[in-house]
Design a binder for this molecule. Sequence first.
Ligand SMILES: *[C@@H]1O[C@H](CO)[C@@H](O)[C@H](O)[C@H]1NC(C)=O
Ligand SMILES: *[C@@H]1O[C@H](CO)[C@@H](O)[C@H](O)[C@H]1NC(C)=O
Ligand SMILES: *[C@@H]1O[C@H](CO)[C@@H](O)[C@H](O)[C@H]1NC(C)=O
Ligand SMILES: *[C@@H]1O[C@H](CO)[C@@H](O)[C@H](O)[C@H]1NC(C)=O
Length: 430
Amino acid sequence: MSLLKSAILLAGSAALVAGHGYVSSIEVDGTTYGGYLVDTYYFESDPPELIAWSTNATDDGYVAPTDYESVNIICHKGSAPGALAAPVTLGGTVKLTWNTWPSDHHGPVITYLANCNGSCADVEKSALEFFKIDAGGMINDTVIPGSWASDDLIADDYSRTITIPTDIAAGEYVLRHEIIALHGAEDLDGAQNYPQCINLNVTGDGTATPSAEPATSFYKDTDPGIYIDIWQTISTYTIPGPTLYTAGSTATAAAAVSSSTTTAVEATQTASSDTSSVSQATSTQTSAIQPPATASSSPDSGTSSTGSAPGSSGSSGNSYPGKPGGSDVSSDEAPSSTTAVAATTSTASSSSATTSGVLSGSCTEEDYWYCNDGSAFQRCVNGEWDASQSMAAGTECTAGISETLTISASSKKRSYISDMHRRLARRRHE
Ligand SMILES: *[C@@H]1O[C@H](CO)[C@@H](O)[C@H](O)[C@H]1NC(C)=O
Ligand SMILES: *[C@@H]1O[C@H](CO)[C@@H](O)[C@H](O)[C@H]1NC(C)=O
Ligand SMILES: *[C@@H]1O[C@H](CO)[C@@H](O)[C@H](O)[C@H]1NC(C)=O
Ligand SMILES: *[C@@H]1O[C@H](CO)[C@@H](O)[C@H](O)[C@H]1NC(C)=O
């Protein structure tokens, strides 16, 4: 990591308080709707009906490039459709406001639409096919790491306003809005995607059906706009994903970068165009999600650390939950790396040992997880147990050693805020 980056990340550690963000409010043609307040609604038995999709990303974490072919990339982890849809006119505006955004999480802000072919309230998310309607990337690179659409979003009170194309067919659409944070993207799989979805009901007499593709084929971990070092001078930045659709234009179905099918298409969009004849950038939609290489790998965790005080998240000095202490703590990757783990849960298997306490030394079952008393986890990496990490606030794992780490919402909901206050108070004395 460059000195410059370290310095900026340290200076930016106010982000420690703020965390990542989510879309907390949406103004559609002048009417304001509430977003899915994941840190509140997720824990309520009867959350309000919204235009926003729900998720279980209670750590405000991200979807990693290793997850680009999974359903998580569509509308975030554990997502489900909103019950409502906000009416919007052709050429109308949608202003998406985030509750917060860390200033060091520079990157593009991209928005897509997908026709639900009917109601979005019960749509099958993997059937959604999106076209890009708005994209902001690098604005200039006058001062490293550059000025980005995410910086403009912060300057606009954490908001970005999108215009609905003037010619698309009426109907219910899912709007997928996303920030991709690139502060760690000099490492392969270091980019962080934060997708957010809402339902719109487009009215008007448009006829265009832009060619579209599933979100699971948008990105590759090696795309030039995904795997990029923003900590050195960049001449141009290639916004990742499919080509931008503009009203009345021809659109291409293939992803701008990446796939071998990019040669395929240049389809003129007309009302009668048969979108099924338009070749989609094919992607094998894997349901088996590969766990990340190590539980502790995160863009900024280059330090070899002594590990946090395991299983006692309230007493570990400057370590953030899920992240071993380190000098270049950028704080926010930590819960996310836990989330990456969460994404791997599918079938809990062979939970045999009832061991508790921190494990060290050699292990035989490579890539297996160890959940220590629900509150901390370790992984068998290269034949050794790696450092113990606390579970993210509000989550717990099923104790034992197993091939997959089973994560659930904490039964006793810990006060994340007061926890953080304690940690911060302690930091001040260091
Ligand atoms: C989120 O939801 C998905 C899909 O239902 C599930 O597999 C995953 O375990 C959940 N994660 C958490 C942290 O609850
Ligand atoms: C809507 O129709 C298109 C074209 O037939 C199809 O590709 C797409 O999967 C459908 N979307 C949903 C959500 O069913
Ligand atoms: C770079 O972009 C930022 C954000 O839009 C702007 O404030 C700044 O003036 C720009 N710098 C130059 C040299 O254009
Ligand atoms: C969408 O708008 C149409 C036309 O105004 C209306 O008939 C329909 O009920 C609306 N759907 C939703 C879910 O609001």
